[in-house]
Design a protein around this ligand. Sequence first.
Ligand code: ZN
Ligand code: ZN
Length: 353
Amino acid sequence: MNLAPNPASRFRSSASRAAILSLFLFLIACATKPTELSSGDRPARIREIMQDGPSIVVLGIAQDGGVPQAGNFDDARWDDLSLQRSVVSLGIIDPRSGKRWMIDATPDFRRQLLTLQRVAHGAARPVVDGIFLTHAHMGHYTGLMFLGHESIGAKSVPTYAMPKMAEFLRTNGPWSQLVAYKNIELLPLTAGSPVELAPDLHVTPFLVPHRQEFSEVVGFRIAGPSRSALWLPDIDSWREWDAMGTRLEDAIASVDIAYLDGTFFANGEIPGRDMSGFPHPFISHTIERLAPLPASQRAKVRFIHFNHTNPALAPNSAARRAIEAAGMRVAEEGEIEALFSSRETGRAVRAGQ
Ligand SMILES: [Zn+2]
Ligand SMILES: [Zn+2]
């Protein structure tokens, strides 16, 4: 597993490729009615990229409750699909085997499965080749319900879970029914032990300090042939991670791309509430902490898991500008990163961004 930091040159983008990807993913993102694209409809460039080697694709960047959030009837984003965001999830694709996996099964599983199918350019099949679960909070596992007999009626989808998470699913309805009916097959995860998806493609869970009412909480390191990524949607604080023996700076140095918890931008973003005790690091604090790092390290950071209140969701906000001025950025739904070469595979831009 190559976890050595790669040179900044690997982040150079190809404008034409990004433009084609942007168009393609814009079409996916904006489709109100799914329409099947045949392989002949796909831009040749995407086909070429996806045939080269393993890649990851961001399937959602919202916090568990989604953007906008239930009950927020006055949120103007209800009337603009391009401003809505799916709950946080990452797809992993290996075109060499035709396989694809998901990190977490979210309430937005239906559309995320469709996006993964289209981006993976794989043979039509109803489900993924595996799901890696981070923890038992509503945004991260409840999408498993779509694998049950009321919907897909999937057969033995490999579902990777830490011991308590697996026990939670095994012993609590309705999830226990997915196990009993063999819609899912629970496979054990051990912190620090890589799961091999291919000889040069591994997913490794690591423990994270975060509220653990029902399960452990993990993030994942995804390592491909020559590039790697960190996926860390939920953490209570960087300081608690320090206390567990992992420094954020070291974690960033060990990968090429670091997707980090960006739930809230700063204290005060929820009117009338003191948020200082909220169990997430504010983006403003993360920026401050990482300020001493070289630009090449800061450039790896992409924030995910946005609460609906987070002002950085708006592309022209001061919060967004502050993130960009710090040399970091907001992850975008549909962005694809290769894990196999020095070529950056593209950055998708949804409408409104
Ligand atoms: Zn969450
Ligand atoms: Zn959580």
